[in-house]
Design a protein around this ligand. Structure first.
Ligand SMILES: [Zn+2]
Length: 79
């Protein structure tokens, strides 16, 4: 009877350990995917003040009067 109780406890602890490991694995997997999403670089889009074309801020020309898609539009706006 004593051995039955001991083996039941051992089985229970083993089951608990496996259950925790699976839970940790799932948590790690989901946090990995959650972390990879914001890691994708967010590009801020801006609109040209003349033609209102949207373009990444890194490619936009910033004049004294606004943001433009090209040098022609910057000159056209007088900025
Ligand atoms: Zn433009």
């Amino acid at each position: 009877m004593k051995y039955l109780l001991v083996s039941a406890i051992v089985l229970f602890v083993f089951w608990l350990w496996r259950h925790n490991r699976e839970a940790e694995h799932h948590a790690a997997a989901s946090s990995r995917t959650a972390r990879s999403r914001p890691a994708a670089k967010v590009t801020e889009m801006v609109a040209c003040d003349v033609c209102e074309v949207h373009l990444p801020r890194s490619e936009a020309l910033i004049g004294s009067r606004g943001i433009y898609c090209s040098d022609a539009h910057r000159r056209q706006a007088g900025g």
